[in-house]
Design a protein around this ligand. Sequence first.
Ligand code: NFA
Length: 101
Amino acid sequence: MSDTSTKQRTQTKLKTARPKLHKVILINDDYTPREFVVKVLESVFRLGEPQAESIMMTAHQKGAAVIAVYTKEIAETKAEEAIELSQQFGFPLMVTTEPEE
Ligand code: NFA
């Protein structure tokens, strides 16, 4: 008969299926026209005009604004799309991502 009193039992912590969300952040600059920033927010991030205007103005006045939160992969892809679109039109618009706390 085995001695059950010394048996080690390992509790496995179950991982929640909630991937960490990443913020996509719009950075202000002095050259990209306001109307172009709004168009980028509407087309890449599917925002309505009032929301796009509001986020653009927040970045314009404060230096940066959160556009939206997505999973890492989608946040990075959208940021790249926005930057590429701006470069195609010769504007230096910058969009970054960072993990949410
Ligand atoms: N600051 C830019 C301008 O006055 C507008 C802008 C807003 C650019 C937000 C980048 C981000 N034309």
